[in-house]
Write a protein that binds this ligand. Structure first.
Ligand code: NAD
Length: 309
């Protein structure tokens, strides 16, 4: 039977997970959007007398992410109606739905151990044939699935979307040592024809292709800014509109990516390369750590290099 993707599940409803779900909905695919169960009630939930085991509370994160999609600019959805195809839920009660879907794509926090733990839980709810992928920016695809069955490994690969996924053309596909050739070929065709992407097949090296280069460029720009005394807006102008690139240049991009995510992504190369010079090039400046400690994470907390108006 010809393979196809009618239903999907996106695990993680943060910056990328929600936007990937929106892009799948744009392609007419019904998509479960699942996130962790909150461990604290909001003031409003408390006022309503809800408890932590209330279904609305348990699926709050993905539900809020779906609402946020309607307000985000540039719009992640082709039309507001497409949001109806996104079904919010959580990563405990709703894992059973993974048996219904044709593709599971993970976009949770950029951490190898957390991702490994999730794949273990996912495999218990996985049906052979379903494609499984990670949106990781650079964590090893092969390491992520250590301990998983051969069948699972044959269906697993990296599908790295860029932010924002509706607008950024590139999709990196990263096969594992065991990914079935038919799965790779199918995802390449699906990425190009259904999702409108330009697909590049990358090797499983730290941060793959685009983020190995992009992260390096960003760190050098940051260092040069500190040495030269230029300000954030000046650097954005010089690395953006002045040289014909879009307005969302260096630091606006960092705010959109999320400073916490960027630190994880840079640290991944730092940790996994042997060459001392390259290691040093990927060390994260102290100022970025301080901003993250203050929860200046960028657009997701309304304060990063820029304050969101
Ligand atoms: P994010 O911080 O916005 O969202 C992460 C989500 O993971 C949150 O919704 C959080 O609730 C969930 N989460 C946290 N701990 C968890 C756990 N223990 N188990 C399950 N879920 C958990 O991050 P993001 O920017 O959406 O990044 C997600 C993935 O996509 C990462 O692997 C990242 O490297 C990759 N990525 C990010 C960008 C970007 O521009 N932000 C671009 C491409 C790829």
């Amino acid at each position: 039977m010809e393979r196809g993707i009618q239903k999907a599940a996106v695990l993680g409803s943060g910056v990328m997970g929600a936007a990937i779900a929106a892009h799948l909905a744009n392609a007419g695919i019904q998509t479960y959007l699942l996130d962790i169960v909150p461990n604290k009630l909001t003031e409003q939930e408390e006022k309503k007398g809800m408890t932590l085991d209330h279904p609305t509370v348990r699926s709050r994160l993905a539900t809020e992410a779906k609402v946020r999609l309607l307000k985000t600019k540039p719009a992640p959805l082709f039309s507001k109606k497409n949001a109806d195809l996104i079904v919010p839920g959580n990563l405990e009660d709703d894992l059973k739905h993974l048996k219904e879907v044709d593709w599971i794509v993970e976009a949770i926090v950029e951490n190898l151990e957390i991702k490994q733990h999730l794949w273990e839980k996912v495999e218990q709810n996985w049906t052979e044939g379903t494609i499984v992928s990670s949106n990781t920016s650079g964590v090893s695809i092969n390491r992520m699935i250590e301990g998983r069955s051969d069948a699972f490994r044959r269906h697993f690969l990296g599908t790295h979307f860029f932010n924002p996924p509706r607008y950024m053309k590139l999709l990196e596909i990263i096969p594992s040592h065991d990914t079935d050739e038919n799965v790779i070929a199918f995802m390449k065709r699906f990425g190009e024809r259904t999702l409108g992407k330009g697909v590049v097949i990358a090797k499983d090296t730290p941060n793959f292709i685009a983020n190995r280069i992009g992260t390096y460029g960003l760190l050098v720009t940051f260092e040069e800014m500190q040495k030269s005394g230029f300000g954030v807006e000046e650097v954005d102008m010089m690395t953006g509109t002045v040289i014909g690139r879009p307005k969302s240049a260096t630091f606006r991009t960092l705010d959109m990516v999320g400073l916490d995510t960027f630190i994880h992504v840079a640290a991944n190369v730092h940790k996994n390369v042997k060459d001392e010079k390259e290691k040093a090039a990927f060390s994260v400046p102290e100022l970025l750590h301080k901003m993250v400690e203050k929860r200046w994470l960028g657009d997701k907390t309304d304060q990063g290099f820029y304050q969101k108006k």
